[in-house]
Structures are given as C-alpha cells and as structure tokens.
Design a protein around this ligand. Structure first.
Ligand code: GLC
Length: 429
C-alpha cells in the first residue's frame, strides 16, 4: 500500500455527511432505522432547500482548524445524489435548491487550497435494482413482500449505474484526490449476520477500482470495496498501535464523529470536547495515522454551533502546535504514562495528556536532547540527567535508570487543549 506523500503529511481532514437526512435530523441511517418508505422519504426530497449552503465557509472553517482535505458524501446509503447526475432524477437538481452542490463544493475547496475528496456509498436504498438485504429499509416487510420486491431486481444493472456515476464524478469535477467508498458487508467478521450481504462481486470492485485509478491516477482510495485499497479506515475507535495487515504496517486514517452520528442529529448532545478531539488527533499521529473528523451540516446548509465550536477550538490549538502533528509520525522512543510522542526528523514532541507535578522522566533520552521548550510559548524547559547511583530520598530526586532524562515543568499547566514539549534531539540521537 502506498499513498501520495501529501496524505500522511497532512494528517487531518474534514469529513462531511450531508444529504436529505439532514432534514429528519436524526442520524443518516434514519431511513433504515425507521424503515421509512420511499413515498415518505420523498417528503425530504421535496423540501430539500439548503439556502444557506456556503461551501466557501465550510472550507475556511476546515482550513482554520488545520484540516488539509475535505471529503463530501456525493451519495449516501439513501441514494440521494448531490450532483447533477445524468443517470438518475434523484439528485439535488430536482429538489427546491436546484443546484449541483458537488460542483460548488469542489470549487470552494480548491479555492482555499485544500484537497478534494468524495465519499461514495456503494449501498443504495433508493435504486430499483438494488436487491433488498438485511440493511435495507424494507428488510422487515416479510418474506413474501421481500420476494415480490426483489423480483426483477438486477445487481448487474445497479453495478452499471454505480460505475457510471463514479465515472461522472471522476471526469466532470477536475482532480479528485481521495475516494472513500462505503461499504461492503459480506466477507468480514463484523457483518456475518446480515442476509444478502454484499461485497466485491456485487459492486464489481476490481473493475471499479481500476476505473477509479484510470480516471484519476493520483487518487487515494480506501479499503471498503471488499478488496485492498491504499489505506485502512478504522471507524469510531482509536487503534492502540500502528495498524498492520497480516503483519505488514499499513497507512491508516480513523474517521471520527463529533457526537456519534455522521448526519446532522439535532438532539444528540453526546458531543466530544475540543480537548478530547485534539487528544484523538495526536494519539492517531503517534501511531502513524490520520484523522478524518466529520461534520454534519444542517438542512439549511450550515455547520451547527457544536461543529463551529469544535473546529474553532481545534484551530486554536493547531495555530500553535501544528508542527507536532503535520508531517509527523511515531517515534521509536518510549513515551511515559499519560503522554504521546510524535516525531519529525530531529524534533520530538511530547504531548502531555495529564499534567504532572514538576518532573517527568523520559526513558532513553539522556544525552540525546540539545534543547527543550514548551511549544505554546517557546519557553525553555530545563532538563538534566540524574546520576543513576543517586537514590530517591528526602529532598533528592533519584532512582532513575541510566539514560533517563528528567525535565522540569512549570506548576501551572499551560492553558491549551494539550500542552506539548518540543525536544530538539542531538544529531546522533
Ligand atoms: C458507515 C456508515 C455511515 C458512515 C460511514 C463513515 O459505515 O454506514 O453512515 O457514512 O461509515 O465512515
């Protein structure tokens, strides 16, 4: 697995889940969860008019938060298309807004100098050829009704539609840097109980991936086609070590939500704090991963207050600490409890998830640090090596193994989401 250098350099992107489900405003799986019929779901289609949609505003917010790429749902599982697709009427062009929202999005993202990504759902709960399965909103209609509904449905025709739409998206909108296909549920451990599960044969994944690469040779493609892609995509959890597939290290990106839902979810107050989000970003980079942080804009087209607050909070931290994550990766040094290391060349970044009392002992760094400072204000952090023969006794600090570096921190924790000590390693470290 290889990806272009920008991907692991950037480290941080914005995910945007937006579509008709912003109107019910209770999770993007609402059609599935509430088994909503086509006719009923059409109400949202008839009322979709995001008059405050301003993708330049989204792009500015992303950039200020330190994000370098943006990934928009061109189509989610409900099948609704945010662009002017010639292959269906089920697009934003035929809703009251009458706009190609993808076009406006890509233009705005590029204007801010950010990279453009698409999320595209393999699943489609609207398409008449998509065979009903255990995830489909009609799954509980009873065996007879399902048999009747599935009669004449033809996944080959759906495949042609899927490939045709991807072709539109990858030819009509300039350079697309990233494609997040979503998702397969046939062959992996997590979906064994889903009947009529779908995977590579259903999507024509080999051909779809080849088409994707032919149309956009530089593109980064995720791993949810049920065949390997360029990276792996842990969702809503933090891997506790650098990720591997069959013992081989892989590029990875965790996709994370602000409140557990991807689409706008009005009454959901399970909102992660800025501090937690920053810790998640740092934790990921310390394990060689990216973070794709989601926002779910409202039906009017705006980011809600929680998203704006989170992005501003992260941006405030990134303004001073960006260099501890951008282009950084894991370190071979062993980080003390409650800390995370990231490293870029000879700069080692010590992220303090808890604030200790004055001293912190850094194993293996004795003789390897030329200078140390707090990153938020460039104030010097003193350090020393305590003679390993000295025991900890009365007023004396000691009892540290040889090669340990002891730093002295101020009593008052810097007022930032995550304080960082920047350690300048010696040439031979
Ligand atoms: C999923 C969900 C979903 C969301 C996504 C993001 O598997 O189906 O609604 O779009 O992953 O990674």
């Amino acid at each position: 697995m290889t990806v272009p250098a920008w991907f692991t350099e950037d480290r941080f992107g914005m995910f945007i889940h937006w579509g008709l489900y912003a109107l019910p405003a209770r999770h993007e799986w609402v059609k599935n969860r509430e088994r909503i019929t086509e006719a009923k779901y059409d109400t949202y289609f008839d009322h979709f008019e995001p008059d405050l949609f301003d993708p330049a505003e989204w792009a500015r917010a992303a950039k200020k938060a330190g994000m370098r790429y943006m990934v928009l749902t061109t189509k989610h599982h409900d099948g609704f298309c945010l662009w002017d697709s010639k292959l269906t009427d089920y697009t934003s062009m035929n809703t009251p807004i009458r706009k190609d929202l993808v076009r406006e999005f890509v233009d705005a993202v590029r204007a801010e100098g950010l990279r453009v990504g698409f999320y595209h759902s393999l699943i489609d709960w609207h398409h008449p050829d998509f065979v009903i399965d255990g995830y489909h909103p009609r799954r509980d209609d009873g065996p007879e009704e399902i048999e009747r509904l599935n009669e004449g449905r033809d996944m080959a025709r759906y495949r042609a539609y899927l490939h045709g739409q991807v072709e539109e998206l990858l030819t009509e909108y300039g350079q697309i840097d990233y494609l997040f296909y979503d998702f397969s549920y046939k062959h992996d451990d997590h979906h064994t109980d889903v009947w009529n599960g779908k995977g590579a044969e259903d999507w024509g994944s080999e051909e779809l991936l080849a088409l994707t690469r032919r149309l956009q040779p530089e593109i980064v493609v995720n791993d949810r086609l049920d065949i390997p892609g360029d990276l792996v995509t842990p969702e809503q959890y933090q891997p506790d070590r650098p990720m591997e597939v069959d013992g081989v290290p892989v590029v990875w990106e965790a996709c994370q939500t602000l409140n557990g839902s991807w689409g706008y979810d009005r009454d959901n107050i399970n909102i992660k704090s800025t501090d937690l989000l920053v810790r998640m970003l740092v934790d990921g980079v310390s394990n060689n991963g990216n973070m794709l942080l989601n926002v779910g804009p409202t039906g009017r087209g705006e980011l809600d207050a929680a998203a704006v607050g989170a992005l501003e909070g992260i941006g405030e931290w990134m303004r001073r600490h960006e260099r501890s994550v951008r282009g950084a990766g894991p370190s071979a040094f062993r980080a003390p409890a409650d800390t995370r290391y990231t490293q870029r060349g000879n700069r080692l970044y010590l992220h303090l998830f808890a604030w200790p009392f004055e001293h912190l002992h850094l194993p293996g760094l004795g003789g390897k640090v030329a200078y140390a400072q707090l990153l938020n204000d460039a104030s010097e952090i003193p350090f020393r090596e305590i003679d390993p023969k000295v025991k900890a006794l009365t007023t004396g600090l000691g009892g540290q193994p040889a090669g340990t570096l002891t730093i002295t921190l101020p009593i008052i924790r810097p007022d930032v989401a995550v304080p960082v000590v920047e350690l300048f390693l010696t040439e031979d470290a």
